[in-house]
Design a protein around this ligand. Structure first.
Ligand SMILES: Cc1cc2nc3c(=O)[nH]c(=O)nc-3n(C[C@H](O)[C@H](O)[C@H](O)COP(=O)(O)O)c2cc1C
Length: 376
């Protein structure tokens, strides 16, 4: 019922997205979308490209007098770097890239589409595309906010540096999660643990010096999610499955965990499942959230917590071994300008995908052509 498409190349004129199925009457705050675009651009370890771009969204359709009309919403984000590339594209004097870069889409994309130039693959495979997704996610989170759902993210690990996120307080699960979001927002590595953040920066600096790259782990979470998004009745309606798809669709994400899945796998059941207690108002409360907010493929009212593992980005200053597909000889790939570590930025993209998945599930559950109808 709610869907989106993106288009655009990394060094093309712009990135675009169309969202279809939004209810009419949703106030769209353009500045809020721009704030999320800026958050995606930040983060210790980013490369030179992010100094060129100052991502700002333009709404081209679907919003009149600041509110959605129910028509498809069209978004556009200009690529400032386009002006450095447009003449080179037009003159056709860009050298072909015939040596695929290991870890990138280059090799499989060249073989699959019968292309002799990896540039035709990498222009679309580039994670620049996630800019459009962050804009789409920012609209989705405005819909969620109308229903009291809030989202955030934080970085748990960069390289082999792990944050200590234990929280001895008696605060609610939601309060603990919100505190982590706030601390992360003030950190250029999005890490709520300041000691670990310091060591993460040092690890990124060391990787830069040794012409290497680093991966890591981020967490995205949501509070205020109503019980019953998704469903146990069919495989493709399970919310946990849809969250895994959404996170895994982010370039370089290679592992997804809901709650404490991998730690839980090694524990007896009595130490894993989150017991229910009466909340004194006729409802229930939980003191633990090892399940990460889903049971039976449905949201269960506890904060949703999804962890994603990011591989070290494939472009490294130290060349990898490869093959020139034109000559069949061993060759080194041409170095393309690159980030060193993208875990903080990927966390912001993860928030966007979490927001989208929840908005989709909310629209499915509530139906309605207008926000008013959804509210009813
Ligand atoms: C926000 C973000 C920025 C990225 N920037 C780079 C980069 O500068 N250099 C690079 O080699 N990979 C970068 N990546 C990772 C590649 O896009 C990704 O590894 C590649 O497209 C292959 O896809 P796969 O890792 O999912 O197999 C970035 C990923 C994200 C999420």
């Amino acid at each position: 019922m709610l869907r989106f498409l993106t288009a655009g190349e990394s060094h093309g004129p712009c990135l675009m997205a169309i969202i279809e199925g939004l209810p009419a009457g949703l106030q769209v705050d353009v500045e809020q979308i721009n704030q999320h675009l800026a958050r995606r651009q930040r983060g210790y370890g980013r490369g030179h490209r992010m100094n060129i771009e100052q991502d700002r969204v333009e709404l081209l359709a679907g919003v009149l007098y600041g509110k959605t009309t129910g028509a498809p919403l069209a978004l556009r984000i200009e690529n400032k770097d386009w002006k450095n590339w447009s003449e080179r594209w037009a003159s056709g004097d860009l050298p072909r890239l015939t040596v695929p870069r290991p870890g990138h889409a280059d090799y499989a994309g060249m073989v699959k589409y019968g292309l002799e130039d990896a540039r035709l693959v990498l222009e679309r495979a580039s994670a620049r595309e996630t800019t459009a997704r962050v804009a789409v996610g920012a609209v989705a989170r405005q819909l969620l906010a109308a229903f009291g759902v809030e989202l955030g993210s934080y970085v748990e690990q960069i390289g082999d540096v792990r944050a200590d996120l234990s929280d001895p307080s008696d605060d609610t699960l939601e309060a603990v999660e919100r505190r982590r979001w706030e601390l992360a927002e003030a950190s250029d590595v999005r890490c709520p643990d300041p000691d670990a953040a310091e060591r993460m920066r040092a690890a990124v600096d060391a990787a830069r010096r040794s012409k290497d790259s680093l991966g890591g782990v981020f967490v995205v979470s949501a509070c205020g999610v109503p019980v019953g998004l998704g469903s146990h009745v069919h495989w493709d309606r399970r919310l946990d499955a849809r969250l895994a798809l959404a996170m895994m669709s982010i370039p370089a994400v290679k592992g997804v965990e809901i709650g404490e899945a991998f730690a839980n796998a090694g524990l007896p059941g009595t130490r894993v499942h989150d017991d229910l207690y009466p909340d004194g108002k006729g409802g229930v409360l939980r003191r633990t959230n090892r399940a990460g907010g889903t049971e039976g493929g449905m949201s269960n009212g506890a904060p949703l917590r999804v962890r994603a593992a990011i591989k070290p980005i494939p472009t490294t200053g130290t060349p990898h071994c490869s093959v020139d597909l034109l000559s069949g000889e061993a060759a080194e790939p041409q170095y393309q300008r690159s980030d060193i570590c993208v875990v903080p930025a990927a966390a912001v993209v993860g928030e966007a995908m979490l927001a989208w998945t929840l908005a989709e599930a909310l629209v499915e559950k509530l139906g309605g052509d207008s926000l008013q109808e959804m509210m009813r």
